[in-house]
Write a protein that binds this ligand. Structure first.
Ligand SMILES: [Zn+2]
Length: 257
């Protein structure tokens, strides 16, 4: 059922498909490479429990500017407790379900970009659909607790984000599929025409494939060709062109360090 593991999901039901973003890498700096001022920095102050100082990749830190369109939220950087974006809207695009519910929402800038991207795909004969966008902390907590009950915490953490660490909570990320909902948030989405189109064109609309293939050691997540994250056109173009991750763009410390 509603697991977040791509292998298990299947489901186009209303069941929280997808993926939970974020893992342990760390990012500390900001550092603009080609692009201007990343505001995605994170503070150095440990947020809750058990964090230790800087340099420890397992330390949990709170994003300094969670509302930034460039914020990095991953296994190390979390959103402030109870964070909810102020400008959530319902993008006018098809989803694989019809209910007007939480996971249909995204932040305004991301929603507008998503509408443009869907229109661009359609012109190319590719029909995208939303699977899961915004996810509140309460929803993520419920999901995560279900996974813990099912698989134990250690395993649950490998496929589901700990509450506060899901990129879906930023309102800037969304899982996509084709309109038939086939392979929604599942690894078989890779190689579909929708996935190929996204890989080739998402950056033109300001989105990146957030968890690229072969970058698990940096992002902390396996390849998720369906999970796109809005970062704006400039950063997306730079990331796509260089074949890097958001962590690398901001010169974050990889998990392996
Ligand atoms: Zn996702």
């Amino acid at each position: 059922m509603a697991s977040d593991t791509p292998e298990e999901t299947g489901a186009n039901t209303g069941s929280e498909p997808s993926t939970a973003p974020t893992d342990k890498p760390d990012n500390s700096g900001n550092q603009a490479s080609a692009e201007p001022s990343p505001t995605a920095t994170a503070t150095d102050k440990p947020s809750d429990a058990g964090s230790s100082g800087s340099g420890d990749p397992s330390a949990e830190l709170t994003a300094a500017e969670p509302e930034s369109l460039e914020a990095i939220i991953n296994k190390q950087y979390k959103l402030p407790d109870g964070y909810k974006p102020a400008d959530l809207v319902y993008p006018d695009v098809p989803f694989i379900f019809s209910e007007k519910i939480e996971k249909r929402m995204m932040r305004k800038a991301a929603a507008t970009a998503l509408e443009n991207m869907f229109a661009g795909a359609k012109k190319d004969g590719v029909h995208l659909a939303g699977v899961s966008g915004y996810r509140s902390e309460a929803t993520q907590t419920r999901l995560f607790n279900n996974y813990v009950a099912k698989d134990g915490e250690e395993k649950a953490r490998t496929y589901s984000a700990v509450p506060g660490h899901s990129e879906h909570q930023t309102g800037l990320a969304i899982d996509l599929s084709g309109t038939n909902g086939k392979c929604a948030a599942e690894s078989c989405f890779a190689g579909t025409e929708e996935a190929n189109w996204l890989a080739a064109h998402a950056a033109e609309y300001g989105f990146i494939i957030r968890y690229p293939e072969g970058k698990q050691a940096i992002t902390g997540y396996m390849y998720e060709p369906w999970h796109v994250r809005y970062v704006g056109k400039d950063i997306a173009a730079s990331i796509a062109e260089r074949g890097i991750t958001l962590e690398e763009y901001f010169d974050a410390v990889p998990v392996s360090k």
